[in-house]
Design a protein around this ligand. Structure first.
Ligand code: 218
Length: 197
């Protein structure tokens, strides 16, 4: 099958899976939640690269609309927190090529460090936008006498770090069990052909 088509099909399935995981309620109020969909998005982005990752992230963000999962305060806020934030969530793919190389060379220690770096890149890039939206739009939800800035920093900081932590744990478990999941079959085949194995 056409290689590019294969990536699109995978990315679409991953976005749907991430959306399904968004229905598992791990949240406290409207400002704290662990986003389980970040797990498959991160694994996919590390497998296929940042362009595929951000497209799948965008698709996941857009899927919040037909499934009525959007927190709406204003048009700009919704644009920031769904199409924009979720697209940035796919930036784990910035480490895809490094992870491929390390894994093919059998350097799993280095591989683990790229999974860590990728999970942080996607998680921080996404929650940066939720933090901005939090300061500008969610200030009236601030509790404990916090300023909008501090409230957004604490809530989105905790949500982001919690999400990143869960993503890292699951991605590393998958890497331990099946490192080949992070390298598309075609790439593996090309590598072994080059090496003459
Ligand atoms: C302080 C604060 N509270 C709530 C939100 C809204 N928010 C935060 C994180 C993730 C998402 C996307 C849906 O999971 C949303 C809408 C905020 N940005 N800041």
């Amino acid at each position: 099958m056409n290689r590019e088509l294969k990536v699109w099909i995978e990315g679409t399935i991953i976005a749907a899976l991430a959306m399904a995981l968004s229905f598992i309620p791990i949240q406290i109020g409207v400002s704290f939640s662990i986003s389980l969909g970040q797990i498959p998005l991160t694994v996919f982005a590390l497998r296929r690269g940042w362009k595929a990752g951000v497209m799948s992230g965008l698709l996941w963000g857009l899927l919040h609309f037909p499934t009525s999962q959007v927190y709406y305060l204003s048009v700009i806020q919704v644009l920031i927190e769904y199409p924009i934030a979720f697209t940035f969530g796919g930036l784990a793919g910035l480490y895809a090529m490094k992870l491929r190389k390390a894994t093919l060379e059998g350097d799993y220690k280095k591989g683990r460090s790229y999974i860590l770096a990728g999970s942080f890149a996607g998680g921080l890039a996404r929650y940066f936008w939720h933090f901005i939206a939090g300061v500008v739009f969610w200030g009236s939800f601030a509790m404990w006498g916090f300023s909008p800035f501090l409230y957004s920093l604490v809530m989105n900081g905790l949500s982001g770090l919690g999400t990143i932590l869960v993503t890292i744990v699951v991605a590393l478990l998958i890497y331990q069990k099946s490192p080949e999941l992070f390298i598309p079959k075609e790439i593996r085949r090309e590598y072994h052909l080059e090496k003459g194995k």
